[in-house]
Design a protein around this ligand. Structure first.
Ligand code: ARG
Length: 291
């Protein structure tokens, strides 16, 4: 229990500091947006700083002209997953990306799924994707490598076991217990900090972890709560959440640090999406409720 609250507060501190940083950026983006509307008619030559708010992609440093090229780890429903029959990606983040592109006057281009722990390095390196929309939590550690948009969703972690298990956080924190996590996630971080006695098993994708809990290969799993709830409701009815871990995480869109213009344009589009009701309807579609 003590370890639990310690883990929670350290993660909260991480995300809160991250959020304050982003809130400041958000304010700047909003001001830049306002400036663009009021000054564009009077001054045409000093428009460089406001380009990001326009639909012109000339200055956004896009990987491919006219397209918003996006990546995700596609095993994270209802945020992103591959539709078995169409072979196309689908989910909340996928639709958010399509809407972002539309608001920016660009074509949405989703790249094939990538391992989650390779996404920050890919965005940092540049040249492959313009942004990642992949249920990624804004953390101070990641902010050292990449930039994040304003937050678009709140999230927490969940500790999941089989429905017929009597395990608690305390009993899972034992050397004979195996806990599945997705490699490189905040869930892995929480598990390593709080279930120090257990064997933590990092996996490339977390849905196989759920299968593993179901078949008894793992005793439990740590995963973002919205994904746990969705999967337990729709696919893994033999699993249950034994603890909602209040990590106070927020998801943001990951952008290369050097691409300030693109980040501003994404934040401007995101603000419109929140304002014009698109965000509410996406939440309704993918969560059955507004959040
Ligand atoms: N929110 C967690 C994190 O940022 C997990 C994200 C996993 N996303 C995915 N598409 N698999 O670490």
């Amino acid at each position: 229990m003590e370890e639990d609250s310690k883990g929670e507060s350290s993660m909260k501190a991480l995300t809160r500091r991250g959020f304050i940083g982003m809130a400041a950026t958000a304010g700047m983006a909003t001001l830049a947006g306002c400036g663009s509307t009021s000054s564009s008619s009077s001054s045409s030559s000093s428009a460089a700083t406001t380009e990001a708010a326009t639909t012109s992609d000339g200055d956004l440093g896009l990987v491919e002209d006219g397209k918003l090229t996006m990546i995700a780890n596609m095993y994270f429903p209802p945020f992103e997953s591959m539709n078995d029959s169409t072979g196309e990606p689908e989910g909340f983040d996928i639709d958010l990306g399509k809407s972002l592109a539309e608001h920016m006057g660009l074509e949405a281009n989703w790249l094939p799924s990538q391992a989650f722990d390779s996404i920050v390095p890919t965005i940092k390196a540049g040249g492959t994707a313009d942004c990642a929309i992949t249920g990624m939590t804004i953390t101070d550690e990641r902010l050292k490598e990449i930039s994040f948009s304003d937050p678009y969703i709140d999230s927490n972690q969940a500790l999941v076991v089989r429905s017929d298990s009597d395990d608690t956080e305390d009993t899972l924190n034992s050397s004979d217990k195996k806990i599945a996590v997705q490699a490189g996630t905040t869930g892995e971080e929480w598990a390593r900090e709080n279930l120090t006695e257990a064997t933590i098993v990092p996996l490339d994708e977390i849905i196989s972890g759920m299968t593993g809990v179901s078949t008894g290969s793992y005793d439990g799993l740590v995963i973002d709560l919205p994904v746990a709830s969705n999967q337990i409701k729709n696919s893994f009815t033999d699993l249950k959440v034994i603890e909602q871990i209040q990590t106070g995480e927020q998801y943001g869109i990951a952008v290369n640090k050097d691409n300030e213009a693109l980040l501003d344009a994404i934040n401007t589009a995101l603000a419109e999406i929140k304002k014009d009701g698109t965000m509410d309807s996406l939440e309704q579609t993918w969560f059955g409720t507004t959040l």
